[in-house]
Structures are given as structure tokens and as C-alpha cells.
Design a protein around this ligand. Structure first.
Ligand code: SAH
Length: 469
């Protein structure tokens, strides 16, 4: 695999990758040796090459006794000649710091999108060149995937299952490496056999910021997890819990592997946005603040709805706010629009005057991220001090988790708790009584007879306030 840039001075690539352009370095892997060297290193263009020399014997040993596949195929295969998911694993190890986006010598460069060209001369590509276009294209890459003939001397034999892949684009290097880490095993024909129980976490971590929005996220998730149906369902359920999925990914992926009934449903977080937007419309709210707005998907929807005269969002995470600003194109708003939209950083457990004066506030999938001992502070800040005309709160219904096959524990690693319906109702009743609100309870998502809906929603309206009528 080669990684090239023309960002001047191009030799800064050495800093980003933490590998000196003047040296040849070897890194031992359980299945072979990875070598990093620079075929070219000038101011104008610099290329780092990762060469993986797979040792079939070591690979067979690394697979160990657990593997049922003790056959000749372990020793006689294409591993020495073709890129594979092994290359992804070696890359993740050798360029670990670069993939994490850390670079003490050039921190701003690590955060910058730079022109990149990544070449993989021989890549087994399940489903053919078209699949390479489908998985890399939506991420902003220009894809060239040239089928490699079975034998150049016998054109009649047709193409092999290998392609020569080149992707070019302007990306953060860390994003490019994370995408490759996921997508190499997705394209590779052979089994991604080193799956451990943390594969779902690895996938979601590497897929952060791009996988949930990818039109082929179902295909990618299924292939990455190697058709382990249970893991795949958990991963897709957890992807639906992130706020990355946008409404335009509603179309089910059109491919043989994705034709499963669950893919035809509207993703849960889209249903959640619809339900919250409908609740706000019902309340007649014209000014809204989205508390814990994340990457701003709901804000985007509200901004596009003419009825809202003021739309604000806040979050404790600066990174989420950056995403939101980008999504809302805050740098390009007309003056009139700019007065209507605002995002700011705020922690909901501390009083903040900027939260005051709204018709309605939204707490969508936020309270379960707050440590239980701090929840009282959030209640005081939101329902007490800010005291909007209405508050719409959503949170997972823990009873429903039993229907996510293979899900152990909570839906998201950052959740501090997940409540059943009785717990959420008790909380809502107590908060409503304490701060002078009336509250109604609702469900969002497909309802199960005994377990209810995946998401629950409480709508609070201030009793001393007529602005929300
Ligand atoms: N409301 C969005 C995001 C939900 S994820 C959606 O439904 O898609 C939870 C969000 O709450 C994260 O963005 C997190 O940064 C934010 N958050 C968690 N605790 C917070 C706090 N104390 N103050 C402000 N935001 C908080």
C-alpha cells in the first residue's frame, strides 16, 4: 500500500505517519513482517509505502487451534501477493498514532484535510470493482479500480477477482486510515477471522463520523463482522443510536446482503427526529433550544422548518459543536438566517443565562449520558432556572433491549443508565411536580406488545405559562 501527498512540504507526511522518510523500518506482526519506506520524498510529493510480507507458517500458527480450518489453504494462498484484511491489521498497528490523529510535531496538519492518494496494487475485491466504488465513493474519494486480468496472455479467460485500486481525495490522514482499516476486510474475499467480542466496538470506533451516514453501512457492517448475524444486528442497532445517521440514508442499501427486513424500516433515530419535531409543532413552539444537540441533526431539521423563528443548540462537547457548525454551514449563513440560528458550548449541569427565554427545550437522548448524582443539577438548570414553556425529553426504553439479539449491557458505551418505562415515568412525574409542569408520556419506534417501544418520550408543559399554548 502506498500513501502519497502533494501537500507542501510533502515530506511532512513523515511527521504525520511518525516514520522518518530517510529510513527503512520493519515491524513484526504475528503473521509476518511489515516494512515502511519512502519510494519518493521531495517537497512537492512524498510517498510512504507499507509492504507486508506475510509468513504463511506464522499465519497458520497465529490462527491457532481454535480455527476449524486446518487445511492446505492455510499454507497455499494468495496472502503473499495480494493485499487483504491482514494489511489493514498491520497498517493499524504500524500507523496507530497517525490513525488516532495525534501528531505532536505537526498538530494542525493532523487536523487538516490534505490531498492524498492511496494505492493498493493488488486487492481481492468481493463483488468486483463496482463494490470498491460503492464503499469509497460516498466518502468523498475519487476511485479507480482496474480489474486485473487472470492472465494477460489469455485475454479470453477474463478478469481475476483482484483489482488495482487507487483512491484520491482531500482528507484528514487519520480519517483515511480509519476508513481503510474497516474497508480492506470488507473488500477482501477471505474471512476476517480474528474477531473477538470487541469487534463491534472496533468497528464503531473506526467508523465514527462516517459509517452511520454511509449509504452502504449495512453491507459494510455485515461484511466486516463476517456474517455473524448477532453481532451485525448489535452493530446496526448501536449505529442507529448515534446521531450520525441522517434522513437521506433512509433508502435501504440495494444489494443482496442487505435485503433483510430490518433494513427496510425507517432508522430509529430518524423516527425520533420526526416524533420530536412533531411534538414541538404540536406545542406551537416558535423558539427552540436543543440541549445536548450533538452533531446538530435535529437543529438542521428545525432550521429548515419555517415555523421556528429561533433555533439554538448547545452541547458540552466542542467536537460535536464543530460537526454541528459544519452541518448547519454556520460560516455561510445570510445575515437574516444567522440571527435565527445559534450554537454554543454549555454544560447542562451549570446555570447558563443563554438557556433562558425559549418556548421549548429538547433533551433528546441526553439524560442517560449524565451521571445519576449529577442529574439533579441538570433538572434544576433546565426545568428550574431556564424554565422553558415546554420540554421534550427522550431516552431509551431498557425493556426493549431484550429484542436486540446479542446485545449485552447498554446500547451505548457512554450511557450511565437506561430506564424501563416505570422508572422514566416516575422521574418525569417527580420533575413535573417539582418544577410546575404537566407531563404526558409517549413511545417512539416500533411497539412490542410486552416490551413497549425502543425509545420513550416525555412532553412537559409549564403550568404557569401560556406562551406554549
Ligand atoms: N441530542 C443528540 C445527541 C445525543 S448524544 C441526538 O439525539 O442525536 C448525547 C449528547 O449529550 C452528546 O452530544 C453529549 O456531548 C451531550 N452531553 C452529555 N452530557 C452533557 C452535559 N452535561 N451538558 C451538555 N451536553 C451533554
Amino acid at each position: 500500500m502506498t500513501v502519497s501527498t502533494t501537500h507542501v512540504p510533502a515530506t511532512d507526511l513523515g511527521f504525520l505517519l511518525h516514520k522518518h522518510p530517510g529510513r527503512v523500518q520493519e515491524f513484526q506482526q504475528s503473521f509476518g513482517t511489515a516494512t515502511v519506506f519512502y519510494p519518493e520524498a521531495s517537497e512537492q510529493r512524498c510517498t510512504a509505502a507499507l509492504l507486508l510480507d506475510v509468513d504463511a507458517l506464522r499465519l497458520a500458527r497465529a490462527r491457532g487451534k481454535d480455527s476449524p480450518d486446518f487445511s492446505l489453504g492455510q499454507y497455499v494462498n494468495d496472502r503473499s501477493y495480494a493485499a487483504s484484511s491482514l494489511l489493514g491489521v498491520a497498517m493499524a498497528d504500524v500507523f496507530r498514532t497517525a490513525r488516532a490523529g495525534r501528531c505532536a510535531a505537526r498538530p494542525e496538519l493532523a487536523d487538516t484535510r490534505i490531498p492524498l492518494e492511496i494505492g493498493i496494487p493488488v486487492l481481492p475485491c468481493r463483488g468486483g470493482a463496482e463494490v470498491a466504488h460503492r464503499v469509497f465513493g460516498p466518502l468523498g474519494w475519487t476511485v479507480s479500480a482496474e480489474p486485473i486480468p487472470l492472465d494477460e496472455q489469455f485475454p479470453g479467460w477474463g478478469d481475476s477477482r483482484y483489482v488495482g485500486l487507487t483512491i484520491t481525495g482531500t482528507m484528514r490522514l487519520a480519517d483515511a486510515l480509519s476508513q481503510l482499516y474497516v474497508l480492506l476486510p470488507v473488500l477482501d474475499e477471505s474471512k476476517h477471522y480474528w474477531q473477538g467480542p470487541d469487534e463491534v466496538d472496533k468497528l464503531l470506533r473506526s467508523g465514527e463520523g462516517w459509517l452511520a451516514e454511509h449509504p452502504d453501512r449495512n453491507l459494510i457492517t455485515r461484511r466486516y463482522l463476517g456474517r455473524r448475524g448477532g453481532l451485525t444486528r448489535v452493530a446496526l442497532a448501536r449505529l442507529a443510536e448515534t446521531d450520525d445517521v441522517s434522513a437521506d440514508t433512509l433508502e435501504p442499501a440495494d444489494n443482496e446482503e442487505a435485503r433483510q427486513p430490518e433494513d427496510r424500516r425507517v432508522p430509529l433515530n430518524v423516527q425520533r427526529h420526526e416524533a420530536v419535531a412533531a411534538a414541538l409543532a404540536n406545542l406551537g413552539a416558535r423558539t427552540v433550544v436543543d440541549l445536548g444537540c450533538g452533531s446538530g441533526q435535529l437543529l438542521d431539521r428545525l432550521v429548515k422548518t419555517p415555523g421556528f423563528t429561533k433555533v439554538a443548540g448547545c452541547d458540552v462537547s466542542a467536537r460535536s459543536l464543530q460537526h454541528a457548525a459544519r452541518r448547519l454551514r454556520l460560516d455561510r449563513l445570510s445575515e437574516r438566517q444567522a440571527g435565527r440560528v445559534e450554537v454554543f458550548q454549555s454544560a447542562l449541569t451549570y446555570e447558563d443565562d443563554r438557556l433562558k427565554g425559549f418556548d421549548a427545550a429538547v433533551l433528546m437522548e441526553v439524560i442517560e449520558h449524565v451521571d445519576p448524582p449529577r442529574l439533579g443539577a441538570l433538572e434544576r438548570v433546565v426545568f428550574g432556572t431556564a424554565h422553558p414553556g415546554s420540554v421534550v425529553v427522550t431516552t431509551p426504553n431498557r425493556e426493549y433491549n431484550a429484542l436486540y439479539e446479542g446485545l449485552h449491557g447498554m446500547r451505548h458505551s457512554d450511557h450511565r443508565f437506561e430506564w424501563d418505562r416505570a422508572q422514566f415515568t416516575a422521574w418525569a412525574d417527580r420533575v413535573a411536580a417539582a418544577y410546575g409542569y404537566a407531563v404526558t408520556m409517549h413511545g417512539i419506534g416500533e411497539e412490542d406488545d410486552t416490551r413497549g417501544t425502543p425509545t420513550q418520550m416525555a412532553v412537559f408543559t409549564s403550568e404557569g405559562d401560556s406562551s406554549s399554548e
